[in-house]
Design a protein around this ligand. Sequence first.
Ligand code: NAD
Ligand code: DAU
Length: 365
Amino acid sequence: MITPRVLLTTGGAGFIGSNFVHYCQGQYSKGQYSKGQYSEICVLDALTYAGNRATLGDLEGQDGFHLIEGNICDAGLVAQILAAHQIDTVVHFAAESHVDRSISGPAAFVQTNVVGTFTLLEAFRHHWQERGKPEQFRFLHVSTDEVFGSLGPDDPAFSEVTPYAPNSPYSASKAGSDHLVRAYFHTYGLPTLITNCSNNYGPYQFPEKLIPLMCINILLGKPLPVYGDGQNIRDWLHVEDHCRALEAVLLKAKPGETYNIGGNNQVKNIDIVEQICDLMESWAGELPISPKKLITFVGDRPGHDRRYAMNIAKIQRDLSWQPHYDFATGLKQTVDWYLTHRDWWQPLLSDEYQGYYAALYGDRP
Ligand code: NAD
Ligand code: DAU
């Protein structure tokens, strides 16, 4: 019999965080665990451009669910939430997460990803120590495969012992936060866990990322910007599989452990874009222009990592976790979701987004 947890998810109004909150509420049929795992779920989210209150609209007002608008860098607020709700489990998603934005504006990445993570760790450490270091407490830090750098075509996949070699301000800030989390386990014995995951896809991803951007631009008849030669490789994992992995780590892993999570699914960017074009073309509705005609090769992302791949043997062996989705099924489901959820993404194409888009793609060679 497991005692229900009192959960704080930071960044729970973003892409993966909101999927995780819905998953914990037992809303996904493939979920292994029931709603009873959590007696209360709090979300702390600054509702930056990437956070969306509407994504959690179905949960607001429900017993045991609290959405708190606030910044993880606000030490007083974090301490107050931990105490008031008697939090025993933190799942830390909040971050600046987009590599292109980290190139044009790195300061916010250092602030949220490094200082914000430090602020949370300090608050959670005091909270845990003041309560006599209870056994059940956990701090799960959600990180990325990008901390390991870039692979050549024949290099073996990243494992948990691959040395860190981050190449963008985003990945460097995530690497910094990973090191802080590790240090809090080794120095204070704080029961931390780290996961490093590959590229996620699925519902509720902000329009700036590759898959939603391609879906939305096809629907709007806008060019599909493929960076460089389009041969960069990412290892794609459906977000629901990521949520199952996080829950397995939370419930079964020993404090201090790190786990790599990925889909065993390496795909070239250009192949994904073409698959999205084909899926859209087979849709019964009308498109402004045949999608493949919109594919446009544009100047490369500075410092663009060539290839990521994750060795997931450790989580498969220790925690019996496997990705469930095959990519063809998951991508079709995701494309269908963007086709049928215009009411979700249309309001996100705000003036701020248009300004960001024009600055990134406007004068690109
Ligand atoms: P996202 O950008 O969609 O969401 C981030 C959320 O954090 C938003 O709701 C935003 O409002 C919130 N936030 C940002 N700064 C904040 C602050 N200072 N205080 C409180 N809230 C703040 O990101 P995502 O794609 O859902 O990624 C979530 C986490 O998972 C990140 O830590 C990211 O590094 C990691 N990750 C993402 C992927 C991926 O493919 N998306 C893969 C591996 C790891
Ligand atoms: O690997 C995990 C990471 O995946 C996460 O840590 C990040 O938070 C998440 O944003 C994602 O990073 P990427 O940079 O890989 O994702 P993005 O969707 O921005 O780009 C995926 C690939 O597609 C990358 O090689 C760049 C390319 N791309 C992207 C965009 C937005 C294009 O070719 N054109 C585009 O317009």
